[in-house]
Unconditional design. Structure first.
Length: 274
């Protein structure tokens, strides 16, 4: 039995090196598809244009129910993110009223340093507005979700550095609202999702043409889902590119250091009889 495991690992390595991520769709009750993200792989990075489109989808189709309490307005202008201008961020923040006990009247116009405001005053109000369901905060939703994977594909993930399970999950959920199959009951105020295989309190948030893009990007559910999924990945891990660059440098250093240690060892012990 022990001889089989190195063989499986070698096969997984070969598959991981030569197959794109989109070809490694896992199998369970629903055939979810992995997407080719710009931020995938060792050298992947975010696409600012896609993040700007994703923010537009979030703003127009998600922000009415979901908050992002860890996101500050000014984060939207930082390098490697959507990279909006400072003027755009100031104008955006000023559109929101922020609760502030230190000012007269208890609220003021937003500034870039403020966090993204919640659409509801508290959890009770959020549940009352959503048929008893509490909409999750979107700050780290892309890191809190993942596609399930089965053996031996999870071994391949080590070699492809796959870590995009969160945006893949969000994408597949958004594009797979459907009519419930025979035998599945859908209660009032619930909506069947073929990907999760369950009834959701959230209605389908995306429809073709619901968000008007500038620049010629397709105004389709598929494009919206990809863009907002990428944006939510950035919200959850804005330092992803820096982390990858640092990791690559560390690996390079360790390889060089290991080579140096080997040469030192050879020099010290070459005159010693073995």
């Amino acid at each position: 039995m022990t001889g089989k495991f190195p063989l499986i690992g070698a096969l997984a390595l070969v598959v991981g090196l030569f197959l794109p991520a989109s070809a490694l769709a896992y199998k369970h009750d629903f055939d979810a598809k992995r997407q080719d993200w710009s931020f995938a792989g060792v050298f992947g990075k975010y696409d600012p244009a896609q993040l700007q489109r994703g923010f537009q989808v979030f703003l127009q189709s998600c922000a009415a129910c979901h908050g992002a309490r860890l996101l500050a307005f000014r984060n939207l202008s930082q390098p490697g993110g959507p990279e909006f201008t400072e003027g755009q961020i100031k104008a955006l923040a000023a559109e929101y009223m922020i609760l502030d006990e230190e000012v007269e009247g208890g609220e003021r116009a937003g500034i870039p340093a403020d966090r993204w405001p919640s659409p509801f005053a508290n959890a009770l109000e959020a549940k009352q507005a959503n048929s008893g369901a509490l909409p999750p905060d979107f700050s780290v939703i892309a890191k809190a979700r993942a596609l399930p994977n089965t053996f031996p594909w999870w071994i391949v993930d080590y070699f492809t550095t796959y870590q995009e399970g969160g945006p893949d999950y969000i994408y597949n959920m958004l594009v797979n609202y459907a009519d419930a199959p025979d035998g599945v009951e859908v209660d009032a105020g619930q909506f069947y999702n073929a990907f999760t295989g369950t009834n959701l309190a959230m209605p389908p948030p995306l429809f073709d043409g619901v968000v008007e893009y500038e620049g010629g990007a397709p105004a389709t559910v598929d494009q919206y889902a990809r863009d907002v999924s990428a944006f939510l990945m950035w919200v959850a891990e804005p330092g992803l590119t820096d982390r990858k660059q640092l990791g690559f440098k560390v690996i390079l250093f360790l390889l060089l250091f290991a080579g140096l240690l080997y040469l030192v060892k050879r020099r010290i012990w070459r005159q010693v009889p073995h």
